[in-house]
Design a protein around this ligand. Structure first.
Ligand code: HXC
Ligand code: NAP
Length: 265
């Protein structure tokens, strides 16, 4: 792993639950939190991929990582996953809501169920897991919640009515929970990544060919990396972010400022 500018023990003794931690950006976030001392539970629907990811994360960091297969749309499955963190790792200090679903689809043909599915995973999922973490751990002990968002909804992104609505809801949840729970020692924030290399999200939204076109419009002339998003998450988990509540930090190389909302289409 690349050398970190953060002390390697800043999260020692902490337990993190990361939805979507079996792949992509949230796998990277989990790896970084574990490399700085945390133990982790990762959540996703695909049990085999999740188990393999948990094993690899343990091998890479030397810390405990458990797989808890669950669909974030199902509050009962979510409750079991949170129970696993508390019963097997003893507590829950950090929650990262990263599970999401997306695809390109024109509003004119997107079915109501297609719209609802993405709202359900991203927005309802974020609420479901936050509520379970609150009930089972954070109400009494405080904690840190990080919701993974996007910049799609800062304006209007074609072919993304479902994901834009869902991420707008996620940002709203971030602000509401921050305001309601700050007094209990719970710090709720978000991260809005721009286009990130080597991810399922970008292979769905920026297929080969389009990637070059998009890169040319990004001020830093490249996509972000998974490690760069993981470092923002680590900052938010650290005491250096003690005054940061209810913020969604944009990490996109100024992409949306320069291109306007959306993907420069
Ligand atoms: C139109 C689609 C569709 C598509 C599914 N649907 N794919 N509609 N175009 N490509 C519709 C289906 O027809 C169905 O509606 C409804 O959505 C539910 O589909 P299911 O396949 O039953 O859903 P499910 O199995 O629950 O899977 C959810 C999923 C899937 C979102 C559709 O893609 C998924 O599991 N994705 C997880 C991984 C992922 O998306 N990663 C990328 C995150 S990136 P009907 O009416 O037919 O029943 C990301 C980037 C954000 O979020 C911003 C980047 C800048
Ligand atoms: P990814 O690898 O596909 O990550 C999504 C994860 O969510 C997967 O591990 C998936 O696992 C899990 N998931 C999906 N539906 C779920 C459900 N119903 N219940 C539980 N888990 C579920 O994609 P990614 O590109 O790294 O995206 C990660 C996050 O970053 C997402 O929130 C995304 O919106 C955000 N983001 C990404 C980009 C980008 O450039 N990639 C840009 C902006 C924002 P299972 O399939 O096993 O369930």
């Amino acid at each position: 792993m690349a050398e970190s500018i953060f002390r390697s023990d800043i999260l020692l003794g902490k337990v993190a639950l990361v939805t979507g931690g079996g792949s992509g950006i949230c796998y990277g976030i989990t790896k970084t939190l574990m490399a700085h001392g945390a133990e982790a539970v990762i959540v996703g629907r695909k049990a085999d991929r999740l188990a393999a990811a948990a094993e690899e994360l343990t091998r890479l960091t030397g810390r405990k990582c458990l797989a808890a297969p669950a669909d974030v749309r199902d509050p009962a499955q979510v409750a079991s996953a949170v129970d696993k963190a508390v019963s097997e790792l003893g507590k829950l200090d950090i929650l990262v809501n990263g599970a999401a679903g997306n695809f390109l689809a024109p509003a004119a043909t997107l079915s109501p169920n297609g719209f609802r599915t993405v709202m359900d995973i991203d927005a309802c999922g974020t609420f479901n897991v936050s509520r379970a973490a609150f009930d089972k751990a954070m109400r009494d002990n405080g904690g840190i919640i990080i919701n993974i968002s996007a910049t799609l909804h800062y304006g209007a992104t074609p072919l993304q009515v479902h994901a834009s609505a869902a991420k707008a809801a996620v940002d709203s949840i971030t602000r509401s929970l921050a305001a309601e729970w700050a007094g209990l020692g719970i710090r709720v924030n978000g991260i809005a990544p721009g286009p990130i290399d080597d991810t399922e999200g970008m292979s769905r939204l920026a297929p080969p060919g389009f990637k070059e076109q998009l890169t040319a419009k990004i001020p830093i002339k490249r996509f972000g990396t998974i490690d760069e998003i993981a470092n923002v998450a680590l900052f938010l988990c650290s005491d250096a972010a003690s005054l940061v509540h209810g913020a969604t930090i944009v990490a996109d190389g100024a992409a949306w400022l320069a291109m306007g909302p959306g993907l420069g289409t």
